[in-house]
Design a protein around this ligand. Sequence first.
Ligand SMILES: Cc1ncc(COP(=O)(O)O)c(C=O)c1O
Length: 406
Amino acid sequence: MHDIDFSKVGFSTLAIHAGAYDDKAYGAEATPIYQTSTYTFENLDEAEAVFRGEVPKYGYGRHGNPTTATLERKVAALEGAEAAAVTSSGMGAVSSVLLGELGCGDHMICADTVYGCTDKVVREYLPTFGIETTMLDTTDLEALEAAFKPNTKMVYFEAVANPTLRVTDIAAVAEIAHKHGAIVVVDNTFTPPPVCQPLKLGADLVLHSMTKYINGHGDVIAGVVAGSKARVSAIVSKCVGKLTGSELAPIASYMVIRGLKTLDIRMKVHSANAMRMAEYLEKQPYIKAVYHPTLPSNGKNYEVAKKQFREGYCTGMITFETAEYKGMSEYEVARKLIDSLQIPGLGVSLGGSDSLIQLPTAMTHAKVPVEGKKAAGITDGMVRFSVGLENVEDLIADFEQAAAKL
Ligand SMILES: Cc1ncc(COP(=O)(O)O)c(C=O)c1O
């Protein structure tokens, strides 16, 4: 085993070496895949001791796996957390955190712009458990302060909101929430480390859809939640390993371990490509507005991003709104543009090497009610573009040829 001081190394070194599996049997450099659903014991004495929690050994696959544990140690190191628990999807992490931390009679404050399935869980599912939610713009700190109730237990938001790219000031929200005795949960899917580390800014729990940037190759569905040992183990014992049973398969854990080794360099290129694309798109006559936190035109979002995100990094996500153009409505322009592009795939998901483009109102946020879309600012001509790792000149050329068809 190497002896590395992880408090002194950069993100790539951390991603590659932190929490690495120590293969005493064969010295394998890559993390082995422990593809097993259960574990056997020497005798009943040992089995009893393991299930009483007296001996630290794996007992059953849903409760733990060495490959998965390696991934958990790595994500914890990247987020600066004491512990992490990986889940079978990003929604597994969202639901485990909400059901693990909230109970009947509790109130939570949730950003009014969140991923469509999270919106549905909060609006439709939590009330069936007696959990009440106030949805509001978490960048409006006055509105936030006024929304607390004696039973408010949590403030939940996305560091960069899907799909409007609104940037919430994590430190400011944490200060207000903690004053009211509530915890702060940040979905950091759009800005993974090294871009942003919400726990260092005062958040209590951070979660990701690792389906996106952390894995980064568009071939795995996975999630994670990270925070203090006490909070993560409570969520694991109540939800991930038991109630929601959303443990990640060992082979998927292995794939994410492989993917996250290049997270730092990928985020640099995603950020640079997105910045170039955002600047290009802002000048096009068929586009009314471009949302990307590196654009000074994004005002408050730009200011918060500047202090909250590591210099030289941002997200690879861009959202833009089309204008009425050549007699076509905004919606018609968006449709025609999307259908004419050759490089970005038309599909949901994001954060992979391959560019993806989609229309939130019809796809990722189709189930958000009309008033919810209005509050979030999701319009018919709003296009979400996950800028991949292709050569940015090729992406620009693709938009040029698609625009010529409008
Ligand atoms: C911000 C955000 N959080 C959570 C999720 C859910 O992740 P998954 O699809 O891995 O369940 C998504 C999915 O797009 C997302 O964009």
